[in-house]
Design a binder for this molecule. Structure first.
Ligand code: ISE
Length: 336
């Protein structure tokens, strides 16, 4: 069976998903594309990825089209809600890039609409759950190899940030990954957050609070720190070390080969997340396609999207106040 997919948003990640849905994965075909910039959507469609894909003027036309069975939402975050809600209204499975939505209220509206429809339709693009390194860490933790978890040290560094980056986005766009991962890895909720402001990098505007240091607390008392540093210049560097009572488990360094030569040991630092998590994205989107074909939702769901945004909201509160902020989160409904 081939799942006919409509993609809304043809920027970097949208294009990358169109490429993988058309050329890399099995069981999918992109039949419709839209973007706020229709000319860009047309260029992307013409660039051999998607012979025959129709370009629509609006994402709503993509969702409504009879030929489209499943939707990918890869627009900027504030537009996620309207398209995810429309997909639910049309009873079509939807893969939504992270964050599910930037505000708690928007996430709650999505959760309420999905529950009212009675069918799980939403998968959120937390691709790191599909990364072989993070998965191996979870396997080691669950197997008891390091004992009970106590602390997690994370770093989320990128080489440069667009001028449109705001201080809040270090949390809502970047650290949202670690927020989701900590919930998934530790298999418990995060209950409080503190955000510290180290000295600002002189390489960005004076308004941008970069880097930031987050401390997330889990219900059982595990503390996870997250360094978010979005213009470190040297590459895209993601780290995670989980400290348990009798051992630690860490992510590998993210390069496939290490060259030893002339007295040096050299490995590549990826240039961006598309390179670093290429395989995780492939596994993630293939799992989504397979779940659509099977008619059974899987992967991070709308509730996970809501929970991550609720923790991000506590981080934003702490960034503003300088105080520790408790996470306000509803009880998880049995639907999830
Ligand atoms: C970006 O939006 C992403 O989604 C990347 O995964 C993340 O690492 C980066 O920091 C964000 O800006």
């Amino acid at each position: 069976m081939t799942v006919r997919v409509g993609v809304i948003g043809a920027g970097n990640i949208g294009q990358d998903h169109i490429r993988r849905l058309s050329r890399v994965l099995s069981g999918s075909r992109v039949v419709a594309i839209s973007d706020v910039d229709t000319a860009r959507a047309e260029q992307v469609a013409a660039r051999l990825f998607t012979p025959g894909a129709r370009v629509h003027r609006s994402g709503h036309d993509v969702i409504a089209h009879d030929d489209v069975e499943a939707i990918v939402v890869a627009t900027w975050a504030p537009a996620h809600e309207e398209f995810v809600l429309a997909a639910i209204e049309h009873n079509k499975p939807v893969f939504c890039e992270k964050p599910l939505a930037p505000t708690i209220d928007a996430c709650k509206r999505i959760v309420a609409a999905e529950m009212a429809g009675g069918r799980r339709l939403v998968q959120v693009g937390f691709m790191r759950r599909y990364d072989s390194g993070y998965r191996a860490m979870k396997v080691a933790l669950v197997a008891g190899v390091i004992g009970a978890p106590l602390m997690v040290h994370n770093a989320h560094r990128g080489p440069s940030a667009p001028t449109t980056t705001t201080s809040d986005m270090l949390i809502t766009d970047s650290a949202i990954h670690e927020i989701d991962l900590m919930r998934w890895l530790l298999d418990e909720e995060l209950v409080a957050a503190t955000v510290l402001r180290p000295r600002r990098s002189s390489r960005n505007s004076a308004e941008l609070l970069n880097p930031q240091l987050l401390v997330l607390e889990s219900a059982s008392g595990v503390m996870a720190d997250v360094e978010v540093f979005v213009n470190c210049d040297y590459g895209y560097d993601i780290r995670c070390e989980l400290v348990g009572e009798v051992g630690t488990v860490s992510l590998g360094e993210g390069s496939d080969v290490v060259v030893r030569s002339a007295g040096q040991r050299i490995g590549r630092v990826p240039s961006d997340w598309i390179e670093r998590f290429e395989r995780a994205y492939d596994v993630e989107v293939q799992a989504w396609i397979d779940s659509v074909a099977a008619g059974e939702a899987s992967g991070p769901n709308a509730w996970d999207g809501y929970a991550a945004t609720a923790v991000a909201a506590a981080c934003l509160e702490s960034l503003e106040s300088g105080q520790r902020a408790p996470v306000q989160m509803d009880a998880r409904p049995s639907f999830y």
